[in-house]
Design a protein around this ligand. Structure first.
Ligand code: GLN
Length: 319
């Protein structure tokens, strides 16, 4: 086993869990009523190792939408289907240093990276327009959900239609980003703007829980092979690229500090989910809806910081 004394390890995780539970900082997202109603008390932590040992604590079966945690997943599919060179003709690899939905492109007039809204909208355009272009939007939705499910070891994902509809209603900024990119001819030819935006909102509205996301994270930790099914879902080159950009860009405008203090690739979402990868060791998902000023889950960030205080999981520990 990769973690030989898993019971002891789980006890340590449990201690960190309880410590973070008493953290009541932050506020739940409020830009749509469906998220504003979220209960800030929810707190779940799930772990899945690359050899399939699992540990879960708290609200790990309560559904929440992936939101921005879908960004590394759609980027991974795009890389796997289209290759790195093609994908990065359209989107950069640089942290933006700005808010995740800031109306800004890089000096080439491309989105900075696939982990912020502009880049993720563009990745959705690539998936819709260049990957199996004959598919309808309905078929592309199924295709993408099926990929997500295989990353999760065959677990069923849900779709939250109320969130999808209100995301789309309250999306002035995302439309502004979308149009700004269209003005600068960022999309591949033949992109349907409306379908691309809908597809982006749909990916954000896929519904999972902590347990399921920890398996997705474990598949990334395991180089693209799901530890539960042993299916090769993604190639290791794609996963390498995904983890690199999660490391530098996955935590909004806290990414640099997170890379410094925690030193692990991670991606947060506005629902309070946090997908964390310890390469070759395990995937972790934490979920707690209260967010800090930068949009990361307060308990999630604290959990990661406590974790690397206790264990040598930081990328540059063990030197
Ligand atoms: N649906 C959200 C948006 O596009 C997702 C962003 C996020 O999770 N930060 O604004």
């Amino acid at each position: 086993f990769i973690i030989p004394e898993f019971e002891t390890f789980s006890k340590e995780i449990e201690e960190i869990y309880w410590k973070c539970k008493s953290n009541t900082e932050g506020k739940v997202a409020s830009y749509i009523p469906q998220l504003a109603r979220a209960n800030p008390d929810y707190w779940g932590v799930s772990i899945c190792t690359v050899d399939g040992q699992r540990f879960s604590l708290g609200d790990v079966n309560v559904p929440f939408t992936l939101q921005s945690c879908s960004k590394p997943l759609t980027y991974a599919i795009a890389l796997d289907q289209l290759g790195e060179d093609l994908v990065h003709q359209y989107v950069g690899q640089e942290p933006s240093g700005r808010n995740f939905n800031e109306l800004i492109l890089d000096y080439n007039k491309k989105p900075h990276n696939p982990m912020i809204n502009a880049g993720a909208i563009l990745v959705c355009a690539l998936l819709k327009t260049l990957v199996k272009p004959e598919m309808t939007l309905a078929e592309k939705f199924d295709f993408t959900m099926n990929y997500f499910e295989r990353l999760a070891g065959g677990e069923d994902l849900g779709f939250n239609n109320a969130i999808f509809l209100s995301e789309r209603e309250a999306a002035d900024r995302n439309y502004a980003l979308g149009f700004y990119m269209r003005e600068h001819k960022c999309y591949p030819e033949k992109t349907s703007f409306r379908e691309c935006m809908d597809f982006y909102f749909q990916c954000c509205s896929m519904e999972t829980n902590c347990d399921i996301v920890s398996v997705m994270a474990a598949t990334l930790a395991n180089g693209g092979i799901c530890p539960l099914t042993e299916e090769k879902v993604l190639g290791p080159e794609s996963v390498r690229n995904v983890l690199s950009l999660m490391h530098s860009c996955g935590m909004y405008d806290y990414s640099g500090q997170f890379a410094f203090t925690v030193g692990l690739p991670a991606k947060s979402g506005v629902c309070g989910g946090l997908l964390v990868v310890i390469p070759n060791v395990m995937g972790i998902c934490t979920w707690s809806p209260s967010l800090d000023a930068l949009g990361n889950s307060c308990r999630g960030v604290q959990f990661c910081e406590e974790l690397v205080k206790k264990f040598n999981f930081h990328r540059y520990d063990n030197l």
